[in-house]
Design a protein around this ligand. Structure first.
Ligand SMILES: NC(=O)c1ccc[n+]([C@@H]2O[C@H](COP(=O)([O-])OP(=O)(O)OC[C@H]3O[C@@H](n4cnc5c(N)ncnc54)[C@H](O)[C@@H]3O)[C@@H](O)[C@H]2O)c1
Length: 343
């Protein structure tokens, strides 16, 4: 069926092809420039008191277990503090899954930087930089690396590494994190029978567990009424092709996680899921898209990462999107609303 082909064609499953890559040496230099911490985490219980960025409201977290990344008994105001929400230049976002220079995560980083945010990007892989005419200086993350962008290399499926991302973000940019976008994900098709159990577990570990760990670690630093979590799900949460149980279950799980957290964190943090359809994250592969690929979508085209970035940015705006929490936003050019008959 066309939709299955479309989903299979998604560049998320393909190996990354970029405009250009930094040499290994340059990547290592950038990594060093960002002072990636390899220090072990302190263990045990600690008590955190985080004053939000406008210094008015106290957000307390007691007994934050640094190993478990879990939070217990928050003392928070039920009143949303939208009117005191700081301007974007005083806001900080953590975005996971940012390594690929043309991936959704990286375009999210560009979008939030362009709109004034400080951004911490995290990925299990090293950063790729876009090279234009032999130079990488024009890449937005290089331009902002000194003051408004920071990269942490870490595996979010490990709670300790998830906590390290948040610790380094706080160390770099101060005491508040207003936005978390759990964008990192793997597809891991479950084709070989003998690998199915492992493939399923690995996919859930990154796509679902990792998103939960990141949320739990970041919560003590989120100012009440000014903060937003977005889980990057997929239309695969709603429809499937064969052998995608792990991916589909993880993405549907993110939808459940979103509404559960929205209720748990009511009055404090808004939590929503974004469900992209076919997003072409390989600009150099544009030529491979056929006219019928675009026409098949009711919107008349295949999606691009900027479509997702615009939606996410809107959802993180406490003023404009302050009445939106616990919801699922399909962004697929209308594809999932199209009736499909046998060919
Ligand atoms: N591209 C699409 O058509 C599409 C459609 C629906 C949903 N999505 C979702 O959007 C997100 C971004 O997809 P993309 O297409 O830009 O692909 P991408 O490969 O550029 O992004 C995924 C990133 O997550 C990182 N990652 C994987 N495991 C990790 C881990 N354990 N810890 C930290 N980082 C890890 C990868 O290294 C990669 O950089 C994914 O969650 C994907 O499921 C994409």
């Amino acid at each position: 069926m066309t939709i299955l082909k479309s989903l299979r064609n998604s560049t998320f499953t393909a190996s990354a092809v970029f405009q250009g890559m930094l040499s290994v040496h340059s990547q290592i230099s950038l990594c060093k420039a960002h002072s990636i911490s390899k220090q072990p985490l302190s263990s045990g219980q600690s008590s955190l008191r985080v004053i939000n960025s406008n210094k008015r409201k106290l957000v307390q977290s007691t007994a934050f277990d640094s190993h478990q990344c879990s939070t217990h008994s928050f003392s928070v105001s039920a009143k949303m503090d939208v009117e005191n929400s700081p301007p974007p230049s005083d806001r900080c976002a953590i975005i996971t899954g940012v390594a690929r220079s043309t991936g959704i995560g990286r375009i999210l980083v560009h979008h939030f930087l362009k709109n004034g945010y400080k951004v911490v990007g995290a990925d299990v892989k090293e950063l790729e930089l876009k090279v234009t005419e032999g130079r990488f200086e024009e890449d937005p993350i290089v331009k902002h690396s000194a003051d408004r962008f920071y990269f942490v290399r870490a595996d979010i499926s490990d709670p300790l590494q998830a906590k390290r991302i948040v610790d380094e973000a706080i160390e770099k940019f101060g005491g508040a994190i207003h936005v978390l976008i759990n964008n990192a994900g793997i597809t891991n098709p479950m084709l070989a029978e003998e690998n199915r159990i492992k493939a399923f577990a690995d996919t859930i570990a990154v796509n679902l567990n990792g998103a939960y760990y990141m949320s739990q670690c970041v919560l003590p630093y989120m100012p009440a009424g000014q903060s937003s979590i977005i889980h990057m799900a997929s239309t695969r949460a709603l429809q499937s092709e064969p052998n995608t149980e792990g991916y589909a279950a993880s993405k549907a799980g993110l939808c459940g996680l979103s509404h559960a957290q929205a209720i748990t964190l009511a009055g404090r943090v808004r939590v929503n899921a974004v469900l992209p359809g076919w997003i072409n994250t390989d600009p150099s592969g544009d030529a491979a898209l056929r006219p019928e690929d675009h026409e098949w979508h009711p919107a008349g085209r295949v999606g691009v990462p900027n479509d997702v970035a615009h939606l996410c940015f809107f959802l993180c705006d406490s003023e404009r999107a302050g009445f939106i929490t616990g919801q699922e936003f399909v962004i697929d050019g209308g594809a999932t609303k199209k009736m499909v008959y046998p060919e």
